[in-house]
Write a protein that binds this ligand. Structure first.
Ligand code: 3PG
Length: 328
């Protein structure tokens, strides 16, 4: 007998929502775990250039093994693909190292408060470097983001200039990474997961010589022994955890970018930072003053306003890559 399977639109919508909910929950959870282990490692082993390299190396290895064992299908890529990937990889490398250097110097929560202003960076880059103009409300929405971050920064008890600049440079680099990566993914047959895998590999190749030049094996060996003596064999597991979770959260984030609109993604990313900020303050007993927390809350609320504004404007304003740029 002929079986007809009709799925009601309501059911489809509910299933899609559930899927997105699962993506978000997985992404945030993986990101919280990464941030905790990354900071635990950096507290006793302050070599962010090496830990950044290890994160990318672990991700690359995991993907190579997945391709070799056919857990995942290897992408068919041409030279052109890698050429377009190069600027994305340069921006990804800079953004990743800068964020890790920042977290080595300041509280994880502070790095993420500054990083919650990434959407403001995408508007400014597009306005001043690419000559894009936006409706006035978009510019107005930048005030709470920038003001809130400024308030959080000046009232931060353990303020450190390198920590602050690292997070700012990461914001700028990731705006470019997102602009280039959305362009590169468009119309390509490479899935989000494989796109991120190739990105890790190319970034790793770019990063290795710089990591050796800035820190180098001598420093690493001495630091490694000190950390091992202080923490014991568990230290190795912390390093493994930060590296594996770094790859996993990024992989899930690129996989969800395949599924959802960039704006939904942008809102999801800000909510991710709230979970990281709250979890890290609890776990690391980060001292915060009420005025400092107020600054963070204003900045994050500002980013929500910005995202909501884009959702409203999307109908009557041609969405260009700027709103996509804020998607990570
Ligand atoms: C990194 O190490 O790349 C940063 O932690 C990235 O931060 P984000 O993915 O939360 O922007």
């Amino acid at each position: 007998p002929l079986e007809i399977n009709i799925e009601l639109p309501d059911q489809q919508e509910a299933a899609q929502r559930l899927k997105i909910g699962l993506y978000f929950a997985t992404w945030w959870a993986l990101n919280v775990v990464f941030n905790i282990y990354n900071k635990k490692v950096l507290n006793v082993f302050p070599y962010p250039w090496l830990t950044s390299t290890l994160s990318l190396a672990t991700g690359s290895l995991m993907m190579l093994v997945s391709w070799a064992t056919r857990i995942a299908e290897a992408p068919k890529t041409e030279l052109d693909f890698w050429k377009t990937l190069l600027p994305v990889a340069v921006a990804h490398t800079i953004g990743h190292v800068a964020a890790t250097v920042s977290m080595a110097k300041v509280a994880v929560s502070f790095t993420h408060i500054i990083k919650s202003s990434e959407p403001a960076f995408s508007v400014l880059v597009s306005r001043f470097l690419l000559g894009e103009t936006f409706p006035l409300p978009v510019y107005l929405s930048l005030f709470p983001i920038i003001g809130g971050c400024a308030l959080a920064a000046v009232t931060e008890l353990n303020f450190n200039m390198i920590g602050f600049m690292g997070a700012m440079i990461s914001n700028l680099a990731f705006v470019f990474r997102n602009i280039f990566s959305k362009k590169g993914m468009k119309g390509k047959s490479v899935s989000g997961m494989n796109y991120y895998a190739c990105l890790s590999m190319l970034s790793l190749l770019i990063l290795i010589p710089f990591a050796i030049a800035v820190e180098g094996p001598k420093m690493w060996a001495a630091g490694w022994n000190t950390a091992l003596a202080q923490i014991g064999p568990n230290f190795v597991w912390w390093v493994v955890a930060q590296s594996v979770f770094y790859h996993l959260y990024n992989q899930v984030s690129y996989m969800s970018l395949d599924q959802i609109s960039p704006l939904t993604f942008s809102v999801g990313n800000t909510m991710k930072r709230i979970s990281v900020i709250v979890a890290s303050i609890i776990i690391f007993h980060t001292p915060i003053q009420p005025i400092n927390a107020l600054g963070a809350a204003i900045a994050i609320l500002g980013t929500f306003l910005y995202s909501q504004l884009w959702l409203d404007l999307a109908d009557d304003f041609a969405i260009n890559f700027v709103c996509r740029a804020s998607s990570e």
